[in-house]
Design a protein around this ligand. Structure first.
Ligand code: SF4
Ligand code: SF4
Length: 333
């Protein structure tokens, strides 16, 4: 295990603690623990979720993982880098139809486990596997750690949670400066490795930050892809409203007006049923003995691919390859 765990200055909190000896910094985690391994067709990745984070974001959609161990949910398994690669190879055999070209680390913020990721990359190299390394980070690494990330990774997603320091601090518990500095460093020194920069659009909190972030990115390089993610109520913002479809389209337009060439968004908070679902409900109602509530539920699963109505998963010939399995439901619009 590389030395930087034993006097940890991987992120800008620069705690200087020995995480392997049981002392804890702001992130409150020791050596890397794996919460889950999954396959993402969209990212062409085996995605490895690591426990812990240097932030305490109010809107975190994975707070049981990022705030580990505080929420009292236990997921973690300690795997050596070699064991992790063995498991990934085993899973890859199960998903042969899907092209995977990298192992992507997510969390929490996997940047706080950079020494572990570097050891995994060593194993990949030693075994001569055709896999790159990806990371999704909130960008709070020290300049030294960010340089290591840029050297190590073939694909980097960086989330800029807010532009103004006071908004970033209130939302995440940490200052914005290091994140903006790291975004500039990547844009200058490793632009080909940037998969996307992204921001979660939270009404009244980050929506007015987004054009400023877009202007900042456009000034660095207008070709950097920028992605907006519609906030969905979560964690401490569990009862905060999400953005509408119109809000997301407007924000994307404002980002383009700032000069960015590649802006896209996903996810919004619906305030009405999609027209497609209403039509399907009408068609399906006779199949559910005239019951509109049943037909409404069935309309959603039919639109996801289930052809069998009335549903009977126990008798369905498709039950071992159910077409209504959505891996990334936010991509369906
Ligand atoms: S990763 Fe950051 S928060 Fe965690 S111990 Fe190291 S410097 Fe502190
Ligand atoms: S197994 Fe899938 S396709 Fe078959 S009835 Fe159930 S949901 Fe529909």
């Amino acid at each position: 295990m590389r030395a930087s765990y034993t006097h940890c200055e991987l992120c800008e909190w620069r705690c200087g603690v020995d995480r392997l000896a049981g002392t804890r910094g702001v992130c409150r985690v020791g050596a890397a623990e794996v919460a889950s391994i999954s396959c993402s067709e969209t990212l062409r990745s085996m995605s490895v979720t690591l426990l812990g984070c240097c932030y305490r974001c109010l809107h975190c959609n994975a707070y049981r993982i990022s705030q580990y161990p505080d929420p009292l949910w236990w997921y973690g398994r300690s795997l050596t880098p070699g064991e992790l690669v063995d498991e990934i190879l085993c899973h890859l055999k199960e998903v042969k139809g899907i092209r995977v070209d990298k192992i992507s680390f997510t969390g929490g913020d996997p940047a706080i486990h950079l020494p572990f990721i570097e050891d995994v990359a060593d194993v990949v190299r030693e075994r001569d596997l055709p896999l790159g390394i990806g990371i999704a980070t909130g960008g709070f690494s020290t300049p030294e750690a960010m340089e290591r990330i840029a050297f190590l990774c073939s694909s980097i997603t960086l989330e800029i949670k807010a532009f103004d320091d006071h908004v970033h601090r209130a939302l995440t518990g940490a200052p914005a400066g290091p994140v903006l500095r790291n975004a500039a460093y990547l844009a200058q020194c490793a632009p080909e490795k940037i998969r996307v920069f992204r921001t979660v659009a939270i009404p009244g909190i980050t929506d007015r930050q987004i054009p400023a972030i877009a202007a900042y990115i456009a000034d660095l390089n207008p070709d950097i892809p920028y992605r907006l993610i519609g906030f969905r109520p979560n964690f401490i913002l569990y009862y905060h409203p999400g953005p509408s479809l119109e809000d997301m389209e407007r924000l994307a337009g404002e980002c383009r007006e700032q000069g960015l060439h590649d802006v896209a968004w996903s996810g919004y908070y619906p305030d009405a049923m999609p027209a497609e679902i209403e039509e399907k409900r009408t068609t399906l109602t006779p199949r559910y003995a005239g019951c509109e509530e049943a037909a409404l539920a069935a309309a959603y699963v039919q639109s996801a691919g289930c052809p069998t109505h009335p549903r009977d998963c126990g008798a369905c010939p498709l039950r071992h390859r159910c077409p209504a399995t959505l891996r990334e439901p936010w991509n369906r619009r």
